[in-house]
Ligand binder design. Structure first.
Ligand SMILES: NC(=O)c1ccc[n+]([C@@H]2O[C@H](COP(=O)([O-])OP(=O)(O)OC[C@H]3O[C@@H](n4cnc5c(N)ncnc54)[C@H](O)[C@@H]3O)[C@@H](O)[C@H]2O)c1
Ligand SMILES: N[C@H](C(=O)O)[C@H](O)COP(=O)(O)O
Length: 331
C-alpha cells in the first residue's frame, strides 16, 4: 500500500500569554512522526521557543503533505496578535486572536486540510472579559461543526466523560435531561467502539445525587431521568452499569467493571482523573467529524515564559491525535 505521508496535525497554542506557545515549541522539537502546523502568530512562537531554549525551523505552511519532518521543524498558518504579548499577563485585546486560531484550525479540519487538531490551553475568563461569550473549546468546536459532542479526559488507566461541561453547578440538574443524557451515551458508546477498539464498551454511569439518590430520598434525578435512559439503551444492547454512587465508583474494584466512567458534571469526574494523572492526561472531544485532542491543564500563567512548564500532556495529546489520524487515514 503506498504511504500517504505524514499525518498533518494542526496545533493551536491557545492563550498567547500562557504556557501554550512554549509547549508547542517543545513538541515541535520532539521526533513525533507527524507534520506539525501551528495556527498562530509566528513571532509568538519564535519568542516562546527562545524562552524555552528550543531552536525552531519555522516556515509558512504550503498545504503539501510531507513524508518527513525533522525535530524542530514547525509550519505555521499566520494569524497576527492584536497586542504585544507579555508572558503571564493576560490582555483582552488578544481574545479575538485566540478564537480566530481555533476557528481557522477547525475549518481546516472540516475541509480535510488537516488530519487532526491538538489544542493548547485557552483562558476562558479573558475571552469573556473581552465581551465574547465563550465557555470552552469543546462547546466552540461543537458549534463550529454543528454537532453534539462529549468531553472525555483519559489517562492510560482511566477514562472520564462528562454529561455537562462548563456551566454553573446550579444549572447542572436542569441540564441533565433524558435527551441530553441519551445523546451523550450514544456518542460515548459509539466513539469508544470507533476510536478505542472496544467492540462492547462498558460504561459506568454515575448518579447525580449523593448515594445515587438513596432510592429517591436524596434527590429524584436518578429515578426520573437517569434510570429510564439507561434501561432504554440497555434494551438496545449497550453495557451500562449504574447509576452508581459517585463516592465509591472510582475505587479500583468498581473501575475494573468498566472501560469509561460517565460523570454528570465537571467536578464530579475530573478531580479524580487529574489527581491520578494531571500533566499526562489527554482531553478528547468525542462526536466531532474531526479528531481533536488537548492538554489536561490550563494556561499556567504563573509559569509562562520561565521555560519550566511540563510538555507531557501536550506531547501525549499529539501522540494520541496522530495515532487516531493514522487509523482514520488507513481505514
Ligand atoms: N485545555 C484548556 O484550554 C484548559 C484546561 C483547563 C483550564 N483552562 C483554563 O486555564 C486557566 C487557568 O486555570 P487554572 O489556574 O485553574 O489551571 P492551570 O492548569 O492553569 O493551573 C493549575 C496549576 O497547575 C500548574 N500547571 C498547569 N499546567 C502545567 C504544566 N504544563 N506544567 C507544570 N505545571 C502546570 C499551574 O502552574 C498551577 O499551579 C483558566 O482560564 C481555565 O479555564 C484551560
Ligand atoms: N474542562 C477541561 C479541563 O478541566 O481540563 C478544560 O476546561 C478544557 O476544556 P475545553 O477543551 O473544552 O476548553
Amino acid at each position: 500500500m503506498p504511504t500517504p505521508g505524514l499525518p498533518r496535525l494542526v496545533l493551536t497554542p491557545g492563550e498567547p500569554a500562557g504556557v501554550g506557545p512554549e509547549l508547542v515549541a517543545e513538541l515541535a522539537a520532539s521526533d513525533i512522526e507527524a507534520d506539525l502546523i501551528a495556527v498562530a502568530d509566528p513571532s509568538v512562537l519564535a519568542d516562546a521557543a527562545r524562552s524555552r531554549g528550543v531552536t525552531l525551523d519555522l516556515r509558512a505552511d504550503d498545504g503539501q503533505r510531507r513524508t518527513r519532518r525533522l525535530p524542530g521543524e514547525l509550519r505555521y498558518v499566520a494569524i497576527p496578535v492584536a497586542s504585544r504579548v507579555v508572558p503571564g499577563v493576560l490582555d483582552p485585546a488578544n481574545a479575538s486572536y485566540v478564537l480566530d486560531t481555533l476557528a481557522r484550525a477547525a475549518d481546516g479540519c472540516l475541509a480535510g486540510e488537516f488530519d487532526a487538531l491538538v489544542t493548547g490551553p485557552v483562558h476562558k475568563g479573558v475571552i469573556n472579559d473581552a465581551g465574547i461569550a465563550f465557555s470552552g473549546h469543546t462547546e466552540f468546536f461543537a458549534a463550529r461543526a454543528a454537532t453534539d459532542v462529549v468531553m472525555m479526559l483519559a489517562t492510560p488507566s482511566l477514562r472520564v466523560a462528562l454529561v455537562t461541561t462548563h456551566l454553573p453547578l446550579a444549572a447542572v440538574p436542569a441540564a441533565i435531561t433524558a435527551l441530553a443524557l441519551e445523546r451523550c451515551i450514544r456518542i460515548l458508546d459509539g466513539d469508544l467502539r470507533r476510536h478505542f477498539a472496544l467492540p462492547q464498551p462498558r460504561i459506568l454511569v454515575l448518579g447525580l445525587n449523593p448515594h445515587a439518590g438513596e432510592g429517591g430520598h436524596i434527590g429524584r434525578e436518578e429515578i426520573d431521568t437517569i434510570i429510564p435512559v439507561l434501561d432504554k439503551l440497555r434494551g438496545e444492547g449497550m453495557t451500562l452499569v449504574g447509576p452508581l454512587p459517585a463516592d465509591t465508583a472510582f475505587v479500583p474494584e468498581q473501575l475494573q467493571r468498566g472501560d469509561a466512567v460517565l460523570a454528570m458534571y465537571h467536578d464530579q469526574g475530573l478531580p479524580v482523573l487529574k489527581a491520578q494523572g494531571f500533566g499526562s492526561a489527554v482531553n478528547i472531544t468525542l462526536g466531532l467529524p474531526f479528531i481533536r485532542t488537548s492538554v489536561d491543564h490550563g494556561t499556567a500563567l504563573d509559569l509562562a515564559g520561565r521555560g519550566t512548564a511540563d510538555a507531557a500532556s501536550l506531547v501525549t495529546a499529539a501522540r494520541l491525535a496522530r495515532s487516531l489520524a493514522v487509523t482514520r487515514i488507513r481505514a
